[in-house]
Design a protein around this ligand. Structure first.
Ligand code: GLC
Length: 603
């Protein structure tokens, strides 16, 4: 990103609209053209027809983050020493020394020598070693971790990239270890990628979108046969399988930004003008008006961790929990200034409406299921009990047997005349972490996990969702996806990375023993199995059919779980306490004997 683009990030109001069509440095544009010849041909023809100005589309060239800080900081608050003085949440954690090298993935395109897998003393030591080997460098500084780092994988597809969502547990592990630099670099470099003009067949998604992943490439320098330069090359979904938009990226970015500040004590990053603007761009995109009747965020299928067609379009729980969490985190970090009052008001309104909607309509337990079972339908009125016109016949037979007498959970999705009754782990766990769930609901979710241990944990924590789609349902809902066959991958597979979110949720609810039990299950085999991405079968007995090995977020998820289990207080950098205003809004309405939040919310 050049200075002009940095300026875009620092311009008040820059987030409000698409950026103006900048003139590109010629070289950068032609490089991009060369790379994308096939897809660009069609796009260009379309462009001509529609008379659309050529879009800005350039990869980020090597630039030191501190130089950018100098450009963007008006008051020069960035002080390097802050790192040294920072209060480390973990204190003197008993972990190895600072990272010294890693695989030095300076160039995503060159073949690197296969890392030697050494025998180390413990599973945890091996995990640290592997995490350091997965570090990716840009201009000599660490900026992220590669998604999977299997030396024997000859076709890594895009698993040789840094995924935003995958980096979160890596980032937390580094923070807990007192290694702040990589997290700071990650936050600032991905922020630079955010303000790019990105297109798919001449259509640009919203300006605040964060990429799903990026890669460090080394390419020949223009006009010089012998020289090369490094560039950051992001994927906003325009190359991803299914062309899915990574809605969760920006939300995770905000959550990590807050955790970075809380853990390192360095608030100068979140106070930077470009970071504040980036945050507002994400919020604006999420809070923008649409056609929707609900306060939940409307997204397409595959817009989060489950990034393939799995019938989670609409209002999937995972996105709502991350959205809620990101709103709370952002509210804590936004510096009050002229012109931000409207945004804060919209944010507050949305928080209240969202928590009410999820707590009330997504909640399912024995009692609620019984209510649904007896629902009247076709109620046209403001006082309808069955507001979304759910036909009781939708209740799947598995659920009638499965719902425990004690415990409950948030359903996966809610749409007009449709409830997705599947249990999605990440959405439920993050609802606990973010306090989207009430205290009672949070305990009930953990009760359910405990009582359904053999379904959700079994031989490896944790099922991404339960149960799997089978037969006709699998055919229709996944489009006969051979990767998402029943009890595999996203369709009821078991993902070790989810261990860290489970641990944070358990610690928050003061039930760490539950997480400890899951960690023990993972520790028994995860290193011997070479840190797979996911496991297959009902009880997670097999390493996933197409699972990558040495999957970084399986490694980092395990490490974070272990570290937090040892120092539970550190989990505070991740969770949000129950919002006082929301509690107030609910109780005031209750005291007045009103039906809670029956008013319309202006967002
Ligand atoms: C798969 C997962 C996605 C993850 C990516 C890289 O596509 O579904 O959540 O980010 O792999 O590990």
């Amino acid at each position: 990103m050049g200075i002009a683009e940095v300026a875009l990030h620092t311009m008040p109001g820059a987030f409000a609209a698409h950026s103006p069509p900048y003139n590109l440095p010629h070289g950068a544009d032609s490089r991009r053209r060369k790379r994308n010849t096939n897809s660009v041909l069609n796009a260009r023809a379309l462009q001509g027809l529609l008379n659309i100005p050529r879009v800005r589309s350039v990869r980020l060239q090597c630039q030191r983050i501190d130089d950018l800080a100098r450009v963007t900081e008006e008051n020069g608050t960035w002080v390097k020493d802050v790192m040294n003085n920072a209060s480390q949440v973990l204190g003197d954690a008993s972990v190895p020394d600072q990272a010294v090298g890693g695989n030095g993935s300076l160039n995503g395109n060159t073949t690197k020598p296969p890392p030697q897998r050494r025998k180390t003393s413990s599973v945890e030591d091996e995990a640290w070693e592997l995490l350091q080997e997965s570090m990716v460098y840009y201009c000599g500084s660490p900026v992220g971790t590669i998604a999977a780092n299997d030396p024997n994988d000859s076709d890594p597809m895009n698993y040789d990239q840094v995924f935003i969502r995958d980096f979160i547990p890596s980032g937390i592990a580094f923070l807990l270890k007192g290694e702040y630099e990589i997290v700071r670099n990650f936050i600032l470099h991905t922020l630079q990628l955010q303000s790019w003009e990105k297109t798919m067949d001449c259509h640009s998604p919203g300006q605040g979108l964060m990429p799903a992943s990026f890669k460090v490439r080394t390419i020949p320098l223009d006009g010089d046969e012998d020289a090369t330069e490094e560039v950051l090359d992001p994927d906003f979904g325009e190359a991803a399988i299914g062309r899915v938009a990574p809605v969760d990226s920006g939300l995770w970015w905000i959550i990590l930004l807050r955790a970075y500040g809380k853990c390192s004590g360095d608030l100068s990053v979140q106070e930077r003008i470009d970071v504040q603007t980036g945050m507002k761009m994400i919020l604006k995109l999420c809070l923008a008006d649409g056609f929707d009747m609900f306060p939940t965020l409307l997204v397409t299928d595959g817009s989060c961790m489950i990034d393939r067609r799995m019938g989670i379009h609409g209002h999937p729980l995972e996105i709502q929990a991350l959205f809620y969490s990101a709103l709370l985190c952002a509210r804590e970090m936004l510096t009050p200034e002229d012109g931000s009052a409207d945004l804060i008001r919209a944010l507050n309104n949305r928080l209240i409406a969202l928590s009410f909607h999820i707590r009330e309509y997504y909640w399912l337990d024995m009692q609620k299921l019984n209510e649904i079972y007896r629902y009247k339908t076709e109620e046209y009125s403001y006082d309808a009990v069955n507001k979304f016109n759910i036909y009781p016949d939708q209740i799947p037979p598995w659920l009638v047997e499965w719902i425990p007498p004690k415990g409950g959970y948030f359903i996966g999705n809610l749409q007009p005349a449709h409830m997705d009754f599947r249990f999605f782990s990440l959405g439920n766990l993050w609802s606990i972490v973010s306090s989207l769930a009430t205290t009672q609901q949070s305990h009930a979710i953990l009760d359910l996990i405990e009582s359904k241990w053999s379904d959700l944990v079994a031989e490896m924590p944790l099922k991404i969702c339960y149960p799997a789609l089978e037969n006709q349902e699998w055919k229709i809902i996944t489009g006969s996806d051979p990767k998402n066959t029943p009890w595999s991958y996203h369709n009821g597979g078991s993902w070790p990375t989810l261990l860290w979110q489970l641990t944070v949720a358990c610690i928050k609810m003061n039930r760490p023993e539950l997480a400890a039990k899951a960690i023990e299950v993972a520790e028994r085999r995860i290193a011997t199995d070479k840190w797979p991405e996911y496991y297959d079968t009902k009880r997670a007995r097999f390493i996933g059919k197409q699972a990558r090995l040495y999957q970084t977020w399986s490694i980092a998820g395990f490490l974070v779980a272990k570290l937090l289990n040892e120092k539970p207080d550190a989990a505070r950098i991740l969770w949000n306490d129950e919002d006082a205003e929301i509690l107030n809004a609910f109780s005031t309405n209750r005291k007045r004997g009103k039906k809670v939040l029956k008013k319309t919310y202006i967002v």
